[in-house]
Ligand binder design. Structure first.
Ligand SMILES: NC(=O)c1ccc[n+]([C@@H]2O[C@H](COP(=O)([O-])OP(=O)(O)OC[C@H]3O[C@@H](n4cnc5c(N)ncnc54)[C@H](OP(=O)(O)O)[C@@H]3O)[C@@H](O)[C@H]2O)c1
Length: 289
């Protein structure tokens, strides 16, 4: 595969699937890590403009888990030398990894001797409350091993380092506090969503820590995407159709959007990442390195 291969994590989720579909429809090569490759293939074949022939020609699916370093390394490396001591990497990584939400009405009993859970306010818990933190840690470990095992120096790695676009959420890690959270949603943050938000906060903290290092593995660039509440599924519109992209309100920490939105389509988030990061390299959103 060529240097311009785009890697996808979490592409059976709506946002990353839409971005992957647009990438493939644009004729670009991609590799996607999936726990269940057949689920990914089924979703992609539902996308307008994609056929089995296009998938066969342009997509490699790496079966595996985003918390397994070897699986992640296999996803990021597009080819190795015959001696296995140098390699080519994907140019961009798009990650929409997240846990499956479950509405919960109980919490762990603070008395360790009592196994019975106790009633609490309804809140959303995740099947894995640490998944974005764990998968980000794994991604950074995979990049560290690639940098040290396949490149003779950090500067050689830096010239090939992929840029990363990763999905977080509003109200997390922002320099503007809760200003990007719709006013009516703010009370929910402390009651309904502390578990998913704690996971995303830890993920952003890991990325910021890495970004602050002298020889940062994220030297290729980092775009943290913080969508509001998501709706809809992975399906993009047919070629020439109107997805509503022009109405998307987008801001950055430095230049916040005028007004915040309550709900946004998953497919639109995928389209935004495709337009701004996959196609344009992220320059228009001030890629931070
Ligand atoms: N829901 C909201 O309102 C909201 C708001 C803001 C941000 N977000 C975040 O936005 C992101 C995208 O959301 P989405 O709804 O498009 O996708 P999603 O339905 O949350 O999909 C999550 C993806 O992560 C994958 N995944 C989870 N654990 C994995 C593991 N151990 N190894 C490999 N893959 C794993 C899932 O794969 P499987 O198919 O194998 O499970 C799936 O592809 C998520 O991080 C979500 O938390 C959500």
């Amino acid at each position: 595969m060529s240097e311009s291969t785009i890697a996808f994590f979490g592409a059976t989720g709506g946002c990353a699937n839409a971005c992957l579909a647009l990438t493939l429809r644009n004729g670009q090569k991609a590799v996607a890590l999936a726990r269940t490759p057949s689920k990914l293939t089924t979703q992609l074949l539902e996308q307008p403009g994609l056929t089995q022939e296009i998938l066969t020609k342009t997509l490699r699916i790496q079966q595996g888990d985003a918390t397994n370093v070897e699986d992640v390394m296999k996803t990021l490396i597009t080819s190795t030398s015959t001696h296995g001591d140098s390699c080519q990497l994907v140019s961009t990584i798009v990650s929409g990894i997240g846990g499956a939400p479950v509405m919960t009405w109980t919490k762990a009993n603070p008395c360790e001797k009592m196994t019975m859970r106790i009633p609490t306010l309804p809140h959303i818990s995740l099947n894995n409350p640490h998944i974005t933190e764990e998968s980000t840690r794994t991604l950074l470990e995979a990049l560290r091993r690639i940098a040290t095992e396949y490149f003779p120096s950090f500067s050689a790695y830096a010239s090939a380092a992929p840029r990363l676009a990763i999905i977080s959420g509003t109200g997390i890690g922002s320099k503007n506090g809760m200003k990007d959270v719709p006013v009516l949603f703010r009370p929910m943050y402390s009651t309904l969503l502390p578990e998913p938000h704690a996971d995303k906060s830890r993920m952003e903290a890991l990325l910021n820590e890495e970004r602050g290092r002298k020889e940062s593995l994220l030297v290729g660039g980092l775009v943290i995407v913080r969508p509001s509440f998501l709706k809809g599924d992975h399906r993009i519109v047919a070629v020439g159709g109107d997805s509503g992209y022009d109405k998307l309100r987008v801001g950055t920490d430095e230049n916040p959007a005028a007004g915040v939105g309550y709900l946004v389509d998953r497919a639109l988030i995928g389209e935004w990442i495709f337009e701004e990061v996959v196609k344009s390299g992220g320059d228009r959103v001030q890629v931070e390195a």
